[in-house]
Design a protein around this ligand. Structure first.
Ligand code: BGC
Length: 401
């Protein structure tokens, strides 16, 4: 497992990347409630909604207005909510195809990964892919066809086992440093990926960019996302798209996300790794994290409240915007003690589900593993925390039950 840590030097997250305080605003408006999406925790919801509205405004700008008189995208909305229900409980196949080269970070995808994941009861995989490392640097930015075939192999394996698939673009570090220099390349890569998978079923979902950060500010990201959606729609008019906010898809950054109003076939995604000092203790790619070793998470009321507050605020945003919501990454590193990992994972999962969110745990068998590749067995406490076999399913307000 550790072999993957040392080579992962291009990722330098700091706690500041996961700002807890924020200055975001939610535009006031009529709240709508979809039957397919449970209401958030009533106790917190109104308080948080008011707090969010009271916060300062952002300058992220560039909203994409609906075309004048364009009919509401009823079919798109139906597809997005339905597919989010099917996404349900997913696993991120981390550290494989988003490494500079598959295997560099200790994970080479195997057919049996998909068997294990499906047999355990998960319903989806998210496949992080470093497309930018496998495309020409100049126009027309041709994708490496061998790499494309390898990604196709992974997607096929998941679909054959009835797993939904989120296929993303991961670790495009250069675009985070200099967005303008990479805008055309970003779009050209999506044009090719979309073309390659255009005949695939609706169980395949595209996610244009993982964790926009750095110079990819909210304003720029909102614009590029809109452009990527148009690019994808040219060959995949009915494809569901998954997208999260700038600032590393941080759950608190959601109010800065702007989506094309007239395209409803979109699932919104957020990432949650709080408290960061607990989930990333000893992470080789996070400076200062050595000092956090030994941080526990026992689930006292203050700790639980901060999880539900963040998730409830996000669920309220989704209700307000009438968009389905997915928790695209969450997880606690294997360096943390197992009891804390399991307690945190169980609480986050349960809270997300009770608010109607689907989720994808980070990750299968790498730094945040639910599966112990060396011993060839599940980390049972994490597996049980995620799937909670003892739960009376009929008592959960899951939209997909
Ligand atoms: C990154 C991973 C990292 C994880 C937790 C993901 O978005 O791609 O490399 O391990 O976040 O920090």
């Amino acid at each position: 497992m550790k072999e993957s840590l040392t080579t992962k030097t291009d990722l330098m997250k700091t706690p500041e990347h996961y700002r807890e305080s924020h200055n975001y605003s939610v535009a006031p408006g009529k709240r709508t409630v979809r039957l397919s999406m449970p209401r958030p925790v009533p106790l917190l919801s109104s308080m948080l909604f008011l707090l969010a509205m009271a916060a300062c405004s952002s300058d992220s700008g560039n909203p994409v207005a609906p075309g004048p008189g364009s009919p509401p995208d009823v079919e798109g909305a139906r597809l997005a909510f339905e597919r989010n229900q099917k996404l349900a409980r997913g696993i991120n196949l981390g550290n494989a195809l988003e490494a500079p080269n598959e295997g560099d970070w200790g994970v080479v995808l195997q057919q049996w990964f998909f068997d294990k994941i499906a047999e355990a009861g998960f319903t989806a995989v998210r496949i992080p892919v470093r497309w930018s490392g496998h495309a020409a640097s100049g126009p027309p930015y041709q994708l490496d066809q061998v790499f494309l075939a390898r990604v196709r192999w992974a997607v096929d394996n998941a679909l054959e086992r009835n797993l939904m698939v989120v296929l993303n673009m991961h670790h495009y570090e250069e675009i985070m440093q200099d967005p303008r220099a990479h805008e055309q390349r970003f779009l050209a890569i999506w044009q090719q990926v979309a073309e390659a998978f255009k005949s695939y079923p609706g169980e395949l979902i595209f996610e244009p960019l993982n964790e926009p950060n750095n110079a990819m500010t909210a304003g720029i990201w909102n614009q590029y996302l809109a452009e990527a959606i148009v690019t994808v729609r040219a060959s995949n008019p009915g494809r569901t798209i998954l997208a999260g906010p700038a600032n590393w898809n941080n759950i608190n950054a959601l109010p800065d996300l702007r989506l094309p109003e007239d395209d409803r076939n979109i699932i919104v995604s957020v990432h949650y790794y709080e408290p960061f000092r607990f989930t990333h203790q000893g992470a080789s790619w996070v400076s200062g994290s050595e000092a956090w070793r030994g941080t526990t998470w026992l689930g006292n009321s203050t700790q639980r409240l901060s999880v539900t507050a963040a998730l409830t605020a996000a669920a309220n945003w989704a209700l307000e915007k009438d968009r389905p919501l997915h928790l695209g990454e969450f997880g606690a590193i294997i360096e943390a003690d197992m009891d804390s990992r399991a307690t945190w994972t169980g609480f986050v999962t349960e809270s997300a589900e009770s608010l109607g969110l689907s989720w994808s745990y980070w990750d299968f068998c790498a730094n945040f593993a639910v599966y112990d590749k060396r011993r060839d067995t599940w980390h049972t406490p994490i597996l049980n925390a995620l799937l909670r076999p003892d739960t009376d399913a009929s008592k959960l307000s899951l939209a997909w039950k």
